[in-house]
Design a protein around this ligand. Structure first.
Ligand code: NDP
Length: 452
C-alpha cells in the first residue's frame, strides 16, 4: 500500500471505527484511484475523495412490529443516502441478520460507482434491516415491511431516493413496502423498483442482475475470442442472482455445476439443466426450502454441508473454466482463489457485491485472469431498475425484448468503459477500469455543483 493510500485509510478508519467491510471497499477504490488522482490534481484540490467517502445522509431507526404470537419484536432499520451528484439515491434494501452500518455503507459506497457506470442518471444509496425473513410467515413479513415503511416513507421518493431489493428482499417484500408507501403518501409513483409487472414493474428486472453478469462474462471472454459455450461454470448462492445466472449460462451453451445456500452446496457433475433449475426456482421462491433437497431429488448431485471450521469453501475447489460468485460478500478468500486457479478457472464474473477478499483479488490480478468485479459485472440489476424508473416516468411498459436489448447494450458499455480506463498493455485490469470510470463521472459532477 502506498503511503498516500495508508494515510487516507488511517483517516477513514478513525472516522468509521469497526466498519471493516466499508474500510475494505474504500481501500480497493482508493488504491485504484491514487495514480489517476496524482495525474489530475483538481480532484484532490477540491477534496473529492474526502467528500465521496462521507454519506450525504445516514438514517437509522427503530422498527417495532408484532409477530404471530402477539409478541412485540424490535429490529433496526437503515438507509444510507451516499451520493446524489448524478441522480436520486438508488440502491437495494437488504434484510439479513448480519446487516449492520458497516456492511450497508460498503454497499452504498460501491453503488455510487456502479450506478455511474450504468450510463444512467442514478446516485448511490443502500439500506436494510437486521430482520431475518427466514422462518417468518407471510403475515409477519408484511407487518415488518409496513412497520419499516412507516418511518422510511418520509425520507424517500421517486425524485429523491428509490430503493429496490437485495438479499432477503424480493417481489413479496417490495410489494408490502410499496403498498404501505402508497397508503401513507396517497400517491402511486415509481418510488421502489423490482415491482410486480401488473403494478409498475419492468419486464426483465428479476432476471437482470444474473443475465447482466453473464453478458459481462461474454464480453470479457470475447476479448480472447472465446464464448461461454461448453464452459463448466461454478455458481454460488441459489437466490435471485444465482438462478438467472444459471439460466443465461444455459442460454449461451455453458454448463453450471454448483449452487449453494447458507447451509451448504450441491455439486452436480451432470450439469444443472433447465428442468433442475425449475426445481430450484420452486424450492427457493415458492417453498422457501434448502439446497439439500436438490441432492435428495437428483442423484447426480452431491451435497456438502458448510463446515465453519474449514479455512476455505469447497464449492470453489472443482474443475471448471468460469466462476460466478452470486451469494454474498467475502465468499472467496485467498485460499479459495488459489483453488480456483489450480482447477483451471480463468474467468470470474461477480454477481454478488465484493465476494472476493483483497487476497483473492490480488491473485486474480497477478495471474492476469479475466476478472469482472461486482460493481461492473452485477450492474445490470440496478441498470434495469433505472429502466423501470424511466418507464414509470413515461407511464409506459417496454416489451421484454426491448428491455433485454437495452440491458445487453448497457453491459457492453460498462465493459468498454472498464477497457478504456483499465487497459495495461495486453491486459485489462477491470478493477481499476471500473473504479476510475465510475469515479470520473461522479467527481466531475461534484466539481460542477460546488461545495455542497
Ligand atoms: P437472495 O436473497 O435472493 O439470495 C441470496 C443467496 O445467497 C441465498 O442463496 C442465500 O442463502 C445466500 N447467502 C446469503 N447470505 C449468505 C451468507 N452469509 N453465507 C452464505 N450464503 C449466503 O439475494 P440476491 O440473489 O438478490 O443477492 C445475492 C448477491 O447479489 C448479494 O451480494 C447482493 O448484494 C448482490 N446483488 C443483487 C442484486 C439484485 O438485483 N438482487 C443486484 C446487484 C447485486 P440462504 O437462502 O441460506 O440465505
Amino acid at each position: 500500500m502506498s503511503s498516500k493510500v495508508a494515510a487516507f485509510m488511517e483517516h477513514v478508519i478513525a472516522k468509521n471505527p469497526g466498519e471493516k467491510e466499508f474500510h475494505q471497499a474504500v481501500q480497493e477504490v482508493v488504491e485504484s484511484l491514487m495514480p489517476y488522482l496524482d495525474k489530475h490534481p483538481i480532484y484532490s484540490e477540491h477534496k473529492i475523495l474526502e467528500r465521496i467517502v462521507e454519506p450525504e445522509r445516514l438514517l437509522m431507526f427503530r422498527i417495532p412490529w408484532v409477530d404471530d404470537k402477539g409478541e412485540i419484536q424490535v429490529n433496526r432499520g437503515f438507509r444510507i443516502e451516499m451520493n446524489s451528484a448524478i441522480g436520486p439515491y438508488k440502491g437495494g434494501m437488504r434484510f439479513h441478520p448480519t446487516v449492520n452500518l458497516g456492511i450497508l455503507k460498503f454497499l452504498a459506497f460501491e453503488q455510487v460507482f456502479k450506478n455511474a457506470l450504468t450510463t444512467l442518471p442514478m446516485g448511490g444509496g443502500k439500506g436494510g434491516s437486521d430482520f431475518d425473513p427466514k422462518g417468518k410467515s407471510d403475515l409477519e413479513v408484511m407487518r415488518f415491511c409496513q412497520a419499516l415503511m412507516s418511518e422510511l416513507f418520509r425520507h424517500i421518493g421517486p425524485d429523491t431516493d428509490v430503493p429496490a431489493g437485495d438479499i432477503g428482499v424480493g417481489g413479496r417484500e417490495i410489494g408490502f413496502m410499496f403498498g404501505q408507501y402508497k397508503k401513507l403518501r396517497n400517491e402511486f409513483t415509481g418510488v421502489l423498483t423490482g415491482k410486480g409487472l401488473k403494478w409498475g414493474g419492468s419486464l426483465i428486472r428479476p432476471e437482470a442482475t444474473g443475465y447482466g453478469s453473464v453478458y459481462f462474462a461474454q464480453e470479457m471472454l470475447s476479448t480472447r475470442s472465446e464464448t461461454l459455450k461448453d464452459k463448466v461454470c461454478l455458481v454460488s448462492g441459489s437466490g435471485n442472482v444465482s438462478q438467472y445466472t444459471v439460466e443465461k449460462i444455459l442460454d449461451f451453451g455453458g454448463k453450471p455445476v454448483t449452487l449453494s445456500d447458507s447451509n451448504g452446496y450441491i455439486y452436480d457433475e451432470a450439469g444443472i439443466d433447465r428442468e433442475k433449475l425449475k426445481f430450484v426456482m420452486d424450492l427457493k421462491n415458492v417453498r422457501r426450502g434448502r439446497m439439500k433437497e436438490y441432492s435428495d431429488k437428483y442423484k447426480t448431485a452431491v451435497y456438502t454441508p458448510i463446515d465453519p471450521k474449514m479455512d476455505c469453501n469447497p464449492l470453489w475447489n472443482h474443475k471448471a473454466h468460469c466462476a460466478f460468485p452470486s451469494a454474498t460478500q467475502n465468499e472467496i478468500n485467498g485460499k479459495d482463489a488459489e483453488n480456483l486457479m489450480k482447477n483451471g478457472v480463468y474467468m470470474v464474473s461477480e454477481g454478488s457485491n465484493m465476494p472476493s477478499t483483497p487476497d483473492a483479488v490480488k491473485i486474480y490480478i497477478d495471474k492476469k485472469i479475466l476478472y469482472g468485479p461486482g460493481k461492473a459485472a452485477n450492474a445490470g440489476g440496478v441498470a434495469t431498475s433505472g429502466l423501470e424508473m424511466s418507464q414509470n416516468s413515461l407511464r409506459l411498459s417496454w416489451p421484454r425484448e426491448e428491455v433485454d436489448q437495452r440491458l445487453h447494450g448497457i453491459m457492453k458499455a460498462i465493459h468498454s468503459q472498464c477497457v478504456e480506463y483499465g487497459k495495461e498493455g495486453n491486459f485489462v485490469n477491470y478493477v481499476n477500469g471500473a473504479n476510475i470510470a465510475g469515479f470520473v463521472k461522479v467527481a466531475d459532477s461534484m466539481l460542477a455543483q460546488g461545495v455542497v
